[in-house]
Design a protein around this ligand. Sequence first.
Ligand code: MN
Length: 299
Amino acid sequence: MTIDLTLEAREVPLGGLRGLTVHRTLPQRGFPTVGAWCFVDHFGPTDQPMAVLPHPHTGLQTVTWPIAGEIRHRDSLGSDVVLRPGELNLMTSGDGVSHSEFSVGDPDAPMHGIQLWVALPAGALDGAAGFEHHPDLPVAEGEGWSAKVLLGEVAGAVSPATTYTPIVGAELSVSHGYATVPLRPDFEHAILAVDGPAVLDGEPVAHRELRYLAPGRSSVGIQVPVDTTLLLIGGEPFEEELVMWWNFIGRSHDDIALARADWERAAGRFGHVDGHGDQVIPAPPLPQVRLTPRRRSVV
Ligand code: MN
């Protein structure tokens, strides 16, 4: 992959009565990852509440980044945390974990945020599950821009969050005008236009679109008409082939089928999230065909 491209968002209803509709830019058909980032859902601003009952994950880290509104996270490790704007929740599934997420606080306050997944490399698939809440993240600053660093490092500011592959994630605040933000040439990157349009290295990018930036650049030029928030993700190109289905990431159809069966029979692997009684999100039926790895094929 040597060329840049723009990935448009598609609207995905998360299900349930009054369920949130999200704007998904990753994965795309023929384009599964940016670094180890494999899932980008942008939700809101909306007055719909978030109400996601317990559900399982394997093979990934969940990254939850609220921009407005507060989210209560509970998981099978016993975590019970209210997440506020500017704070990071990072949950590592290892072999299995489950969690729930509900909006709390002022019911009239809009919800706005981003949920992302990071694929775990083979060596971390059988590790222990973990949960981290980071209320104080470092900030990098340059002329006309600042970056709150979620994962990895930007301009010497290093996030304390645990990572398993060379990766970066940061919320960029760019002042109206033009800014140059440093990038690592060995990383591929993508920038999500979170709250308005931007021009990235001369290319107009619409609100909610994700602009892929191929490796080999040491910076990106960002031009915005007003003060704008963007999300930067990136990392070393992730070479392992992933089989992704529902909330699971594995390396084969059988990995996924086993995870689904384990969730459906409430195996110990996924634990239990307190506070919801027996309520969980059931897994959908497996497709009739065998699941296959997602490969990059768009260019
Ligand atoms: Mn989840």
